[in-house]
Every structure is written in C-alpha cells, then in structure tokens.
Write a protein that binds this ligand. Structure first.
Ligand code: FEO
Length: 395
C-alpha cells in the first residue's frame, strides 16, 4: 500500500488495524480502528507526530522507509496512551537523533509508561511554537480529552490541526480523507461515547477554543482526516451540548420472562404514543451501540430480575458502565421483578452515584407481573412522556 499523502511534504505514515475487535478490551470495534502518525518535512527539520500501537510498528517503519526518511529531528508525542506512544522507544532506537517534543505532564507519563530516557525530551509550553524552516508548529494543551496530559499541534501555514484522539473515529480505512460521512459520524460517535463523554465539560471548553482558530483540515489520530471540519465540529458541539433528545433507552435482561413481559409492555406502550424507545437485550447487546445512544438519550430505564438478592450481573455491568460514562441523562428508573425478596432497586440506585437527574419510581413485580403491575408500567411511561413534554423533548 502506498504511503498516504496529505499534501506536499506531509504524509500519514501510521497503520490501520482492521482485525482489532475491542478497544480497551471493552468496546466492540465493528470497523476496526487506525493509529495515525504524521510526517511533516520542513525546509530545515523533519518531525514525526505520534507513533502507532506497538502491534503495528512494522507498518510505521515500512512507511518511513518508503519515504526515504533518514533523519527525524523531532518526535511530537500528543498523548502518552500506548496506541500512539507505544512505538516511541523503537522510533528512538531507529532514529537516535530525534528529540521527543511534548509538555511536562506527558513527559512524566512517557517516562512512567515507556521508560523513555529523561535526556530525550524537549519540553514545550502551551502556545509555544517550533520552526521547521518553512513550517511552524504551535502546540496547544488540550487536557482531559480523556487523559490529563493531551496536547494538539497546529501547523500554522496550512491551518491544519493535528488533534490526537479529539475528533477521532474507530474506522480502519484506506481512505485518507472522509468519504462516507454517515459511516465516519457513527464511528466517531462510538469513540466519543466510550472515552470522551465523561469529560464533556472539558470538551465544551476545547471546542470554544477551536472555534477561535482558523482551521481548514483536522487530522486526528484515529480514522480518516476531515477536509471539511465543520461536519465533525458540528457533531461534537451537538454531543457535548447540554441538550438531550426525546429517546428512552431500555437496557434489560430477563430470566423467566417476568421482567421481559413488563419491558415489552413498556416499550410497546411508549411506541404507540410515538415515543422514540430503544430496548437493548443485554446478553446480546453491542455495548458500543448502547454507549452511543447514551450520548443524547433523555431517559434510561434499566430492566432486571433479582438474582442472589441483587440485580442480574448483566444489569450490574451495564449500570456500572453507564454511571462511569456520565451521560447527560435526565430521568432514570427500573423495571424489574423478584421471586421472594432482595434489595435490587436500592442496589441499582446506589450504583448510579454520578447520575444527577431525577429518579422515577421503579416498577417491580413479585413473580409474574399482574394486571396492576402492567398498569404501573403504563403510569411510568406516562410520567416519562409528561417529563419529556415539559422539557420540550416531544415533537
Ligand atoms: Fe487513542 Fe487515548 O488513545
């Protein structure tokens, strides 16, 4: 495969990872991912921006060979996480003159994670510039895109932002630039949902800062490059905003059919009333898809039976994850059942410590749901519709 050329003297030299199935051993990757690394050749200096996951470093070196790169003056590290930094030690072996350019926090983390020698670093401050001759790099700290040390690089002469994880998408593709917007939108939302959603307020601040910059191209460290950045900037502004959509999510699991009967009644009832409702059966759910829905849903109702006096472990896992992702959900509740006892609803509530919306009265049946239980399910649905109307979430 040919090296991908962005423009004269600027290349993407990283690697696609088509066969990667999970990110962080957690979120499924239906379309793989990629680790973008960029080579920028100035009239005087050559810089490599980030490396690749160590499992793909052979491809990085092959790309550098194809370009005939004999010397790298600077190796910019935007982020110490190993999918971008993991091949720094190998690059330093191959290109011993390279100085690792990063901020002081990232430097400390690279020493901790990769044992990069202290004397290899050139530490830069936020807004500091570095001349490559005919090109100028400007470094800008953007902490808490999901780690505390992250920075980005702005190539001033080209209005080109190398944004690291920010705006990235889990999509392995040979297309250098975005071709299929819908596909990239979903892959980027999957990525945002898993790692950036918990840091929404930081993301809002960074978006404000980026709005003040003149940017023609955004080159993230995952997925294709945005030649028309408004598309992804608008998507991020929407995801990171305080607004939610009128969707009701129902992640659920059932053992003997009682919880399932109530959940189905709830879903059918909401559907008939024209509410956008999405059930997710937890033993077969793509957690990435559920996380994406959590980005803007207004209401989450967890469906679970009682097992060993508590929630079903599938519901525990999902509740834990949903709490950790800190979605902007406004309303939450539980639909569930028990055979003889237990404290399932309290345990679910206790697990939602980050939730600062309103908790609606759960509907819990003893054994098979009675007519009265199903009426309570309808009352819960009506209550949700009323809340959504009040919040102007219903068309
Ligand atoms: Fe793509 Fe946070 O690493």
């Amino acid at each position: 495969m040919a090296v991908k050329k962005l423009m004269d003297n600027i290349y993407e030299v990283g690697a696609e990872h088509h066969e990667r199935e999970l990110f962080d051993e957690l979120i499924p990757l239906p379309d793989g991912t990629s680790y973008n690394a960029f080579l920028v050749q100035g009239s005087e200096k050559t810089v490599l921006l980030d490396t690749v996951d160590p499992s793909k470093e052979e491809r990085l070196f092959k790309n550098l060979d194809r370009l005939g790169v004999e010397k790298i003056d600077y190796l910019v590290s935007h982020h110490a996480e190993q999918d971008h930094s993991g091949s720094i030690p190998s690059v330093l072996e191959e290109y011993p003159d390279a100085e690792v350019v990063t901020n002081s926090k990232c430097k400390d983390m690279l020493i901790d994670h990769l044992q990069v020698p202290e004397d290899k670093f050139k530490v830069v401050e936020s807004e500091e510039e570095l001349s490559l001759g005919d090109k100028t790099l400007k470094f800008i700290d953007m902490p808490w895109v999901h780690w505390p040390e992250t920075l980005v690089t702005y190539l001033k002469e080209k209005n080109l932002l190398f944004s690291c994880d920010f705006f990235g998408s889990h999509l392995a593709t040979s297309n250098l630039f975005v071709q299929d917007r819908r596909k990239v939108y979903l892959s980027a939302k999957r990525y945002y949902a898993e790692i950036m959603m918990p840091f929404r307020s930081s993301i809002q601040g960074h978006l404000d800062k980026i709005d003040e910059m003149e940017i023609d191209i955004i080159a993230p460290s995952h997925g294709p490059i945005y030649g028309d950045p408004d598309f992804i900037l608008d998507a991020y502004k929407d995801w990171a905003s305080d607004g939610t959509k009128g969707e009701v999510l129902v992640p659920y699991i059932s053992m003997h059919g009682s919880t399932e009967k109530m959940v189905k009644h709830f879903v059918d009832y909401l559907s008939e009333k024209g509410v956008d409702v999405s059930p997710y059966y937890l033993s077969s759910t793509d957690l990435g898809q559920l996380a994406m829905s959590l980005v803007d849903a207004s209401t989450v109702v967890i469906g679970t039976p009682t097992v060993l006096v508590g929630p079903h472990p599938e519901a525990v896992y999902t509740t834990y994850l949903a709490n950790a992702l800190r979605p902007k959900t406004r309303y939450a509740s539980i639909i569930g059942s028990y055979g003889w006892g237990g404290r399932m609803p309290d345990q679910i509530k206790d697990m939602l410590g980050n939730f600062d919306g309103e908790f609606l009265e759960p509907v819990i049946s003893k054994g098979h749901p009675s007519k009265e239980d199903l009426e309570k399910v309808e009352e819960l649905a009506d209550d949700i519709i009323k809340k959504h109307r009040k919040d102007d979430l219903v068309k």
